[in-house]
Design a protein. Structure first.
Length: 225
């Protein structure tokens, strides 16, 4: 009787593990029509993004960045994908800052549009917006500049996108700074920002392990018989 139940149960657990390893939509609160403000909170799996600020819009840019409904979380890979629209036209520039909670270990990005570039750095401590060290990573005192946890610069047409930063030790929170530019004849209405947690999704791993264990036991019983 146990042998008859073991096979369907194992297959059921395996199917559940595959189903749970899916893309789940991020939840967005405090954003009017998707426009990020200091009140915006985006939750993607075990990651939370908040304290958004759009700064130093130049060239006639409206200083508006939208988080799009296509943002999602890959439960199997532990990766959050934020779809962002900086609403930039030719010769416009703006900067975006926010925090990431939950523990990330890498950043990566894909940039489309026309003649656009996004430079990003991830810092372990709060980022100043004024003074000689503004928009740089610093030590905990805020008085000494240090190397970023990760830094990338991606432009329209950059090959092999997404571009990944060097992995770093998972930490929380991480402070993100982005300089977003559209050059002559350029425009940028969407780019994809990803954040790696380097932590397997636990439910999927448990279900997968249970299913494989059941199949292993079934095979062992079959050999004994």
């Amino acid at each position: 009787m146990l042998k008859k139940l073991l096979l369907p149960l194992s297959l059921f657990l395996l199917s559940l593990s595959i189903a749970s390893a899916s893309m789940l939509p991020c939840t967005i609160s405090g954003a009017a029509s998707g426009q990020v403000t200091s009140a915006t909170v985006v939750t993607c799996g075990n990651l939370t993004f908040d304290n958004f600020a759009v700064l130093n819009a130049t060239g006639g840019a409206a200083g508006i960045v939208d988080v799009l409904s296509g943002s999602e979380f890959d439960t199997a890979a532990g990766t959050a994908y934020l779809q962002l629209n900086p609403n930039l036209q030719a010769n416009q520039d703006e900067q975006l800052m926010f925090q990431v909670w939950g523990g990330i270990s890498q950043i990566d990005m894909s940039v489309g549009g026309d003649n656009a570039t996004v430079t990003e750095r991830a810092c372990a401590n709060p980022i100043a917006t004024t003074g000689a060290l503004s928009f740089l990573c610093t030590d905990s005192s805020g008085k000494v500049s240090v190397a970023p946890l990760g830094q990338i610069s991606v432009a329209t047409g950059t090959p092999n996108q997404p571009v990944f930063s060097t992995p770093f030790n998972s930490t929380s929170p991480v402070y993100i700074f982005k300089d977003i530019q559209a050059g002559p004849g350029g425009a940028l209405s969407e780019f994809t920002q990803s954040f790696e947690t380097a932590t397997p999704e636990p439910v999927s791993m448990i279900l997968l392990g249970s299913g494989l264990l059941g199949l292993g036991l079934l095979r062992r019983r079959s050999h004994k018989n």
